[in-house]
Design a protein. Structure first.
Lengths: 286, 249
């Protein structure tokens, strides 16, 4: 794997060019351009907030910020994986003609999506600022936000690992991309985006003694853990109001976040290893 | 004699042949029971050297293994066995700008193609004017290439490949592109490339092209080199064989 990384480093200029190309192409023929990266999540959040406030009687303050803090990372994850699954097949004409480290294809798409995600987070901070100016009170900017780069690094490793794996496998079995979209649909509901991780711990459906266990198992899913962590780090914890009930926020479980970090790095190593084993058979798949 | 630019020793390449088309659930399930994939030996022990500054044409019927040979030299596929050594930078000539993205402008595509062929962006910037002038697309260079005619695309693709200062140029079928005047320019450029010590390996069915630029021809038949020689002696033999009905193929 060491020689593969050295080869990738030798081709870093190509990786940079591919990322630039990706960023340029995406909204090339649209008038709003990058704004589309924001319009979709913003509309989703407005709809979710309205539905939760008026139909599901969720009275939690700052609910939109909670949703955004988890939904933006999830969107990055979703688009990065779906894009990279198609990356090799989409460029097969190039792959058949020219030598370059093949991992540049999925990696450039994952990095491109990551840059969009970071820009969207910038807008998230502007949103916090706007809310603060309208409703001056306690500052929404907290010291915990300094953990954000760590979360971003973990998130990137996880997305890159699964992305490389999907890119390699989808080249031989295009079932992978359909399977992936089903999995991503299911994981959306298995992540604390439309609800709170506290809801899992205090679920009425589970007997008292087993709730802790369920909470732990739930957070062994690295994406769910990342969504919880983004929320804890980006939004000041406040009481969660569900109808007549009020739940106190639970602090971030650093141990579980450590497990997620380990899973993510292991996924990256495994994904890259698998990709390297398969990459010379891309052009001669039977 | 100095070290060869291209060296192949007993190169073999096998492909898996699938009869069920694209990978399906059926093949996936049957995979474990019986590996019915057939092996297809495309190259069966190919050995040859090409000296720096030499231009070699590979002749042969469809399916003789010509494109596989170019793929191996471009390092796109790996040989099943044998030894391949290419000295210096290799530039495959992409047919009709296969590496172009339709929505990007000419300039953006030149940069991307230059980098993929091994230049740095700074090196592409230094060559940009020469490439654009050679391709004669100055007026359209800031327009998306989807608005280009196929002739313009071919010219730009050719211009990039011959300006990256590769040591070895690999050409599959398209040697000269465009109208008569531009073709002459392509030939002149290829001559210049050879004079500067550049090596060319090309595949063509156009015997006129072969006569014009090749120093030597290799005749590939069912994965083996069956004959080789200077164009003027090999081409008549080759054409005579092609005129006969195919035997046992």
């Amino acid at each position: 794997m060491r020689s593969e990384i050295q080869e990738l480093w030798r081709f870093r200029e190509l990786l940079v060019s591919m990322v630039q190309r990706e960023l340029k192409i995406r909204y090339k023929n649209s008038a709003f351009g990058f704004l589309w990266s924001l319009i979709v999540p913003l509309v989703t959040v407005v709809v979710m907030t309205l539905v939760f406030k008026f139909f599901l009687r969720n009275g939690t303050e700052n609910f939109s910020a909670y949703v955004l803090a988890a939904y933006l990372p999830y969107m990055f994850f979703q688009f990065a994986l779906l894009d990279s699954a198609q990356s090799v097949l989409g460029a097969i004409q190039l792959v058949k003609k020219i030598y370059f480290p093949r991992e540049i294809l999925p990696l450039s798409l994952i990095i491109g999506n990551f840059i969009h995600f970071v820009l969207a987070l910038g807008v998230f901070f502007l949103y916090l600022l706007a809310v603060w100016i309208r409703h001056p009170g306690i500052s929404p900017f907290r010291a915990e936000m300094l953990w954000l780069p760590v979360l971003l690094a973990i998130n990137f490793c996880l997305a890159a690992g699964i992305g490389l794996l999907c890119a390699a496998l989808n080249t031989f079995y295009e079932d992978v991309k359909y399977f992936l979209s089903v999995i991503l649909y299911v994981t959306f509901f298995l992540c604390p985006i439309m609800y709170f991780s506290e809801d899992v711990l205090y679920s009425k459906m589970v007997p008292e003694g087993q709730r802790e266990l369920l909470y732990t198992i739930y957070h062994l899913n690295p994406i769910a853990m990342l969504c919880t962590a983004y929320r804890k780090v980006l939004v000041a914890p406040g009481p969660i109001k569900q109808g007549a009930e009020t739940i106190a926020p639970i602090p971030l479980d650093w141990g579980l976040l450590g497990v997620t970090a380990a899973i993510s790095v292991a996924t990256l190593v495994f994904g890259y290893w698998t990709f390297n084993r398969l990459k010379w058979r891309f052009v001669e798949r039977p | 004699m100095n070290e060869p630019a291209i060296h192949l020793a007993d190169v073999r390449k096998e492909f898996m042949l699938s009869h069920s088309g694209a990978a399906s659930i059926k093949t996936l399930l049957l995979w474990w029971k019986r590996r019915t994939l057939e092996r297809d030996e495309v190259l069966r022990g190919v050995t040859f050297d090409v000296s720096p500054g030499e231009c070699v044409a590979v002749l042969g019927r469809n399916g003789a293994g010509k494109s596989t040979l170019l793929g191996l030299l471009a390092r796109v596929i790996k040989p099943t066995s044998g030894e391949i050594a290419v000295r210096g930078r290799i530039a495959p000539l992409l047919e009709l700008g296969a590496g172009f993205h339709p929505d990007l402008t000419g300039v953006e595509n030149v940069f991307f193609n230059g980098v993929i062929l091994g230049l740095t962006r700074k090196e592409v910037a230094e060559r940009l004017d020469r490439i654009v002038d050679f391709a004669e697309v100055r007026r359209h260079i800031d327009a998306p290439v989807r608005t280009y005619s196929s002739g313009m695309l071919a010219r730009l693709g050719f211009a990039i490949a011959v300006h990256v200062d590769a040591d070895v140029l690999l050409i599959d079928e398209v040697l000269a592109v465009g109208d008569y005047a531009f073709e002459q320019k392509c030939y002149a450029k290829i001559e210049e490339f050879k004079r500067n010590g550049g090596t060319i390996l090309f595949v063509s069915h156009e015997m006129q092209d072969v006569r014009r630029v090749a120093d030597r021809c290799l005749w590939l038949e069912r994965g083996r080199i069956v004959d080789e020689g200077a164009p003027e002696e090999l081409i008549p033999r080759y054409e005579a064989a092609m005129a006969r009905p195919t035997e046992g193929l």
